[in-house]
Ligand binder design. Structure first.
Ligand code: I3S
Length: 121
């Protein structure tokens, strides 16, 4: 689904560039397609920019539901390090990765907080 981002609505909690791929969509396994994407965490939505400039649209993953799997569940999912696995209630699973350990650790912390905060919404 597309989410129209109103930047005046609320300041974003976090933004930056991450490598992202879906591994499952609506419960079905899909082929990985790693892309580097401008990513914004706002409220309970995680937004990935598609396209650039005036043509930017946003792919939203609202209602991300925890708990995050333990790192061991990443075994066999990717040869990349510094990544984590995010599941949404809609049955979409993403792998989120950065070359920089501290970057991925910060995102993991921010998303864990978001999921905890919005768990009962
Ligand atoms: O789980 P896989 O199949 O080892 O994932 C790799 C593939 O998705 C590959 O694409 P092709 O199947 O089109 O070759 C990607 O280029 C790789 O990046 C994937 O492996 P990593 O370990 O980077 O997630």
């Amino acid at each position: 689904s597309t989410y129209v981002l109103d930047l005046n609505e609320k300041p974003s909690e976090k933004c930056g560039v991450l490598n992202v791929t879906k591994i499952t969509e609506n419960g079905k396994k899909v082929r990985k397609n790693w892309t580097s994407s401008w990513t914004v965490l706002q409220g309970s939505s995680l937004l990935f920019a598609k396209g650039q400039g005036g043509g930017t649209s946003w792919v939203s993953f609202p209602s991300a539901s925890g708990p995050f799997p333990f790192p061991s569940s990443l075994f066999g999912r990717s040869s990349r390090s510094s990544l984590f696995h995010l599941c949404t209630r809609q049955g979409t699973e993403l792998l989120i990765q950065s070359e920089i350990d501290s970057v991925i650790n910060d995102w993991f912390r921010a998303l864990t907080e978001t999921i905890t905060t919005h768990a009962w919404e």
